[in-house]
Design a protein around this ligand. Structure first.
Ligand code: GLC
Length: 469
């Protein structure tokens, strides 16, 4: 298919299978803000917006990558921290030499190996966040600030490492906020719309960057953030991209018109054409179309925040259960890590990735290459939450609580004679019988406890049972 530079043509673009199959991506927020690495760990986006509103969000912004905006709000904790730590006269750009010195020792191969081990199939790196600092040596340098880019080609080095671990490489670019072009301090949601640079120089700059990133690094996703200038010709960019990268996708944040009335944070942004949506610190109650990708940090921030401890991080159980929930409802998880300036991944983040990888090495069949079933949610024993996925003739039922040895009933399901039921990670088939309430399965005491413990043991049922009408 050859795409024309029109909305009608690019809207024909199908979501490639690899993205449906992949389920897990790793997001990386890394830049100048990784040097101060500081934000108040205030909480999760949707919750704060709902309970306290946008102004509270921006004043106590838990996103460490927003440091430059946060320190420009006079009564914010970040402002107080900045003055106390670096002094009134220390400018954000004074972090540039520190960042450049720190990244010299970074080993991209180590990241790629860890992400692979975690089970990720793709990686998304911030090439330019809202501060405007570039992570690659662009032919289109910042017109206002000299050498406002990493000395090392961080984008190129990570791209090579990721591909050598057989994962796909995708790129994030903040098209809607660039504080070097428009330094409107963002204190409320309406300020976001005011902060989007609209001048022709910026349109050309952002377009040239996307074109250069496509040519140089061949990303499988154009993961744009916040918005895109209204005068830009997006069908032109998309058609060029789709015609160049066969398996490519674009996200839904090329917003050229905001919906500032939207009640949910996730609905403020929305491009006219996209391959998938990107709910942030949010998920859904049911199977949701079109294809979506949930994104969040392991804690409350994307950029590394030195104030976060285990109490702000997802536990491994929470991470696994939320991942299973997302996949059962047609989502992928784009799980963010925030490295320190020198590329070290904080121990707690590392542990979560390794834990997720260990779980996937046993239960990956219920995740990768699956599709949502008829419904996402079910129960066991009347109350235990269960999530379903399917692949071929098999139904996967993942229990979101620890499974005790003995009898357990998958409620409301009807199995055909000869059905095989297995607990992933355990070789023998389990014995079962059809009862009035569902399929009653015997979990033998011989099953190792590490399989039945939370998080999330999975039953594979072949052929797929029916749901009781
Ligand atoms: C946002 C934020 C940001 C983060 C991101 C990830 O809207 O502004 O800091 O990069 O989206 O989803």
């Amino acid at each position: 298919m050859h795409y024309q530079p029109t909305w009608e043509s690019v809207q024909q673009h199908p979501v490639p299978d690899w993205f449906h199959d992949a389920k897990l991506g790793i997001f990386i927020h890394w830049g100048l803000y990784s040097v101060p690495a500081w934000a108040p760990p205030a909480g999760e986006l949707d919750k704060i917006i709902r309970e306290e509103g946008w102004e509270a969000w921006f004043t106590r912004n838990p996103y460490a990558e927003w440091y430059l905006n946060s320190i420009r709000i006079p009564d914010s904790p970040s402002h107080a921290h900045h003055v106390a730590t670096y002094g009134e006269d220390f400018a954000y750009d004074d972090f540039v030499p520190q960042f450049n010195a720190a990244v010299e020792t970074w080993d991209p191969g180590e990241w790629a190996a860890l992400f692979r081990k975690a089970g990720a199939r793709y990686v998304v790196l911030t090439t330019k966040h809202h501060d405007g600092f570039l992570l690659w040596p662009s032919r289109h340098p910042n017109p206002f600030k000299e050498d406002y880019h990493a000395q090392r080609d961080l984008v190129g080095d990570l791209t090579a490492a990721v591909r050598s671990e057989a994962m796909k490489m995708a790129l994030y670019y903040s098209g809607g906020i660039d504080w070097t072009f428009n330094d409107t301090v963002i204190k409320n949601i309406v300020d976001i719309a005011k902060a989007v640079p609209q001048e022709p120089e910026y349109v050309a700059y952002a377009d040239a960057h996307w074109m250069e990133l496509i040519e140089r690094y061949e990303p499988v996703i154009l993961w744009n953030d916040i918005a895109y200038p209204a005068a830009a010709d997006l069908p032109q960019l998309y058609a060029h991209y789709y015609n160049t990268i066969e398996d490519g996708l674009v996200n839904n944040r090329f917003t050229q018109e905001f919906n500032l009335e939207a009640a949910e944070a996730a609905d403020i942004m929305g491009g006219k054409h996209f391959d998938f949506t990107t709910p942030e610190y949010a998920s859904y109650d049911e199977i949701t179309e079109p294809k979506w990708e949930a994104t969040r940090g392991i804690g409350f921030s994307f950029g590394y925040n030195q104030n976060e401890g285990p109490e702000h991080y997802l536990s491994l159980e929470e991470l696994v259960c939320s991942f299973v929930d997302i996949v059962s409802k047609n989502g992928n998880l784009l799980l963010n890590v925030g490295p320190k300036a020198d590329g070290t991944l904080p121990q707690l983040q590392r542990e979560r990735l390794e834990g997720l990888g260990a779980w996937l090495s046993v239960n990956g069949d219920a995740i990768f290459e699956t599709r949502p079933w008829v419904v996402a949610e079910g129960t066991g024993n009347g109350q235990m939450p269960v999530r379903f996925t399917q692949k071929g003739t098999t139904l996967y039922a993942t229990m979101l609580e620890a499974l005790a040895p003995g009898a357990m009933t998958l409620d409301g399901l009807v199995a055909a004679d000869g059905t095989q039921i297995k607990l992933l990670g355990h070789t023998d088939s389990l014995s079962w019988e059809q009862v009035e309430g569902g399929i009653r399965i015997e979990v033998p005491a011989a099953v190792p406890q590490k399989l039945t413990d939370a998080p999330a043991a999975t039953l594979a049922i072949t052929p797929q049972p029916e749901r009781r009408a």
